[in-house]
Design a protein around this ligand. Structure first.
Ligand code: NAD
Length: 369
């Protein structure tokens, strides 16, 4: 069984994208772009047809207004047949990993979305950019910050836009958390405590547990959300980190981290707490500000995100995060403007991840560089 890190129980509550877009376009300046007159729908090709591509992205692409599922890249011929029938994808838009570069000649494909194991993110992002395609790459962006720098440079050189699959930047409760911090609605943020994780009971041979393919364990997979949470609720970039690791199952997690705890130090001395785990069902973001506490729980799931402030429960609609995320990127491509979840945003998190692993190795506080 594949790991299923996100709670989807509340997903039924999710509004249809059309209804959500109408409500939200007026409620949130940041997605006003949705109200722009419709132009051409851009074609997206998904690379890697695993759990996330099949369970979330392909269904979301049935709801998008500015892009659609135009192509697929897969190493499994039976999946090519199945997807081709299910999503009406013509044979000329189906590639495998060997002939992928021929996508350069395909005018139906504007954007390549890399949904592969982490170790393959850099290669396919760079190949896609060289083929003249704009790129969305899943999180974590790459194995380390150095690879992220190469990916950003390759996309710049090819004059293509790069975006990371940070769907929560399009989620209304999360956007409210960003606003509360940015506008200091409850005063200055004085602390953040955030955690993300799930109890891994999936395949012991899955790529997620192999260091060469995943780069690391729960920190890479789940911890990036907590790092993001600390960054977007404070609006600041951390300077130092001190981290510790805990492992209870040395067999299952012999190559990768199981649970990691860290303290981030921000400019002005603000400290935030984060943790990631493959052995705990965590998913919250608690923010302490001068005039009260607010936060999200669940904070990072596909649907059902709930928020609270000193005034009580937040009241925002549930949306299809992936549909909003991909439509926003399509708009960025059409308007030739950088995505709010650019490659640089992915790089910032990977610098923190690198420093967390360095801190675990050294036992000391490490500078984020
Ligand atoms: P998955 O294991 O379900 O799918 C991976 C896909 O890659 C499969 O189709 C597999 O066939 C293919 N693949 C190609 N070469 C492979 C190789 N050498 N080893 C293993 N698989 C190979 O994984 P997933 O959960 O779909 O994750 C894919 C990416 O999406 C990861 O980067 C993950 O972090 C990301 N993801 C993001 C979210 C999110 O909410 N943004 C959620 C889940 C996954």
């Amino acid at each position: 069984m594949k790991p299923n890190p996100f709670n989807r129980r509340d997903f039924l509550k999710t509004l249809s994208y059309g209804a959500g877009a109408l409500t939200l376009a007026s409620a949130f300046g940041s997605i006003q772009a949705m109200a722009l007159p419709q132009g051409k729908k851009l074609g997206i090709a998904l690379v890697g047809l695993g759990g996330y591509a099949g369970g979330q992205l392909a269904p979301a692409l049935q709801e998008t207004k500015h892009c659609y599922l135009a192509g697929i890249v897969t190493g499994t011929p039976s999946k090519a047949d199945e997807w081709s029938k299910k999503y009406n994808i013509p044979g000329k838009n189906i590639y495998n990993y060997q002939n992928f570069d021929e996508i350069a000649k395909n005018k139906d494909i504007d954007i390549v979305y890399v949904v592969l194991p982490v170790s393959m993110h850099m290669e396919y992002t760079i190949r896609a950019a060289k083929a003249g395609k704009h790129v969305i790459c899943e999180k974590p962006m790459a194995l380390n910050a150095a690879d992220c720098v190469e990916m950003i440079a390759a996309c710049k050189k090819a004059n293509r836009l790069l975006s990371i699959g940070y769907r929560l930047h399009f989620e209304p409760h999360t956007q409210e958390i960003m606003r509360l911090g940015r506008e200091k609605v409850y005063g200055k943020v004085t602390g953040v405590d955030t955690a993300n994780g799930f109890k891994y009971n999936g395949d012991p041979n899955a790529w997620r547990l192999k260091k060469a393919l995943a780069g690391g364990g729960a920190l890479m997979d789940m911890g990036v959300y907590s790092i993001q949470g600390s960054r977007y609720s404070t609006g600041l970039e951390p300077l130092y980190v001190k981290a510790t690791e805990q492992k209870t199952n040395n067999d299952l997690f012999k190559e990768v981290d199981e649970t990691i705890f860290w303290d981030l130090e921000f400019p002005g001395g603000l400290m935030t707490k984060g943790k990631s785990s493959y052995n705990n069902n965590w998913g919250y973001l608690n923010v302490t500000a001068e005039k009260g506490q607010y936060g999200l729980k669940p904070a990072f799931s596909y649907g059902g995100i709930q928020g609270f402030t000193p005034q009580g429960a937040m009241n925002f609609p549930q949306i299809n995060q992936q549909a909003f995320q991909m439509d926003d990127f399509a708009q960025c491509v059409l308007q030739k403007k950088q995505s709010r979840v650019s490659g640089e945003e992915g790089l910032r998190d990977m610098k923190v991840v690198d420093a967390i692993y360095r801190s675990i190795a050294s036992g000391k506080k490490e500078k984020i560089i």
